[in-house]
Design a protein around this ligand. Sequence first.
Ligand code: TYD
Ligand code: MG
Length: 457
Amino acid sequence: MAKPQKRYVCQSCGSVSHRWAGQCADCNEWNTLVEEAGAVVTPFAAKHNLQGGGRALSLVGLDAEVALPERMATGIAELDRALGGGLVEGSATLIGGDPGIGKSTLLLQAAARLALAGRGVAYVSGEEAADQVRLRARRLGLGAAPVRLAAATSVRDILTTLGQGRPPALLVIDSIQTMHSDLIEGAPGTVSQVRASAQELIRFAKERGTALVLVGHVTKDGAIAGPRVLEHMVDTVLSFEGERSHQYRILRAIKNRFGGTDEIGVFSMETGGLSEVANPSALFLTHRDEGVTGATVFPALEGTRPVLVEIQALVVRLASGATPRRAVVGWDSGRLAMILAVLEARCGLSFSSAEVYLNIAGGYRVQDPAADLAVAAALVSALSERPVPADAVAFGEVALSGEVRPVAHGALRLKEAGKLGFERALVPAAMTRDDGGLRLTGFRTLGALVDHMLGRG
Ligand code: TYD
Ligand code: MG
């Protein structure tokens, strides 16, 4: 009989080692190895008494018939959009996000909608008492929805309860970090517990055709806590993002075995809960005045959905030789450094003795590389104190050579801008054919944009 070996499990990536170390050898995180009791590890073949054999599989072609998974629309269009059309029966979805961002609120609203539509829905809260959840439901005007509610943390109790009678169409577990499985030792929230609890719940969901939604906590650097392994186990991973101080929230699919990951759902958090935002551009565009310097509107693309956002830049000249600050909110700081470098090296502008601040209005986070040209225009406008016309949008990717490169979905971006009353667009020279009813000015290089804005040449 093998002597049980000590196991140390990295709480960040889930990798197992038999010796403690200050730094995980796999993910290089510090102080994440925790001793966890677990089953004695026996080689797979010995455990299953396998002697080489195995069963012959029947292999099929890629063109074999497939049944599309049954989808259950929640009735919250923005949630269904992020999910790729609704929840899939017998699937597991993980939703992560900062504390207080609105995960419980969103799921309670979805659960109530489905329950009101006649579906069986169970909502298990391991974080809040049943009364708290009930109070919240009442505040949301959903007190009458026939959701079956429990405050519980034992996976066995939950599955025993739900195993009786008809399984629910939707099971919400809020949150997986509070769940405890008695198949394995350890405190709730440790990697082994999270994994074991999720495994049991997912097995139940697959066997009974229940759509399972797990709420997952997020670590301070934004990853879903307790383990990457959780992300591998589920079919869909959604991330609920936003600034708590701002109203709006974005639901983004990070992984989806049943659909694309390029759609987002946009919500706004109000006193009556989360409400859907069908036209996000209007939300992110702050009130705009003619003649403000350092601001450009950028038609960003989220999946196939255009979202107009305002990019704001401020350039402050320093008298002393102190190292100037660069601060960015809502965009990549490395990318800003690059645009500044191109403006210096290729266009002859100098930012070296100035502080530079860049902000995306409304707390939105831009990930689209097409923002380069709009950022450059905002910077040039801030530096030169010449406004970008208030009826213009800008987009295009900037290369280190200073070239302005075309980007995807120009027509979509222009159409959205036109819808919101914009009349002009600053675009890559290669993209001036598709005008969408706007007056286009094309630029081959960033230098040409600078010349245009400064009235040179
Ligand atoms: P919650 O759903 O509890 O967040 P999470 O589960 O992600 O931690 O959301 C809590 C926040 O939402 C809280 O700060 C209050 C706010 N809120 C509203 O603004 N309006 C509402 O109707 C509700 C229910 C919550
Ligand atoms: Mg919560």
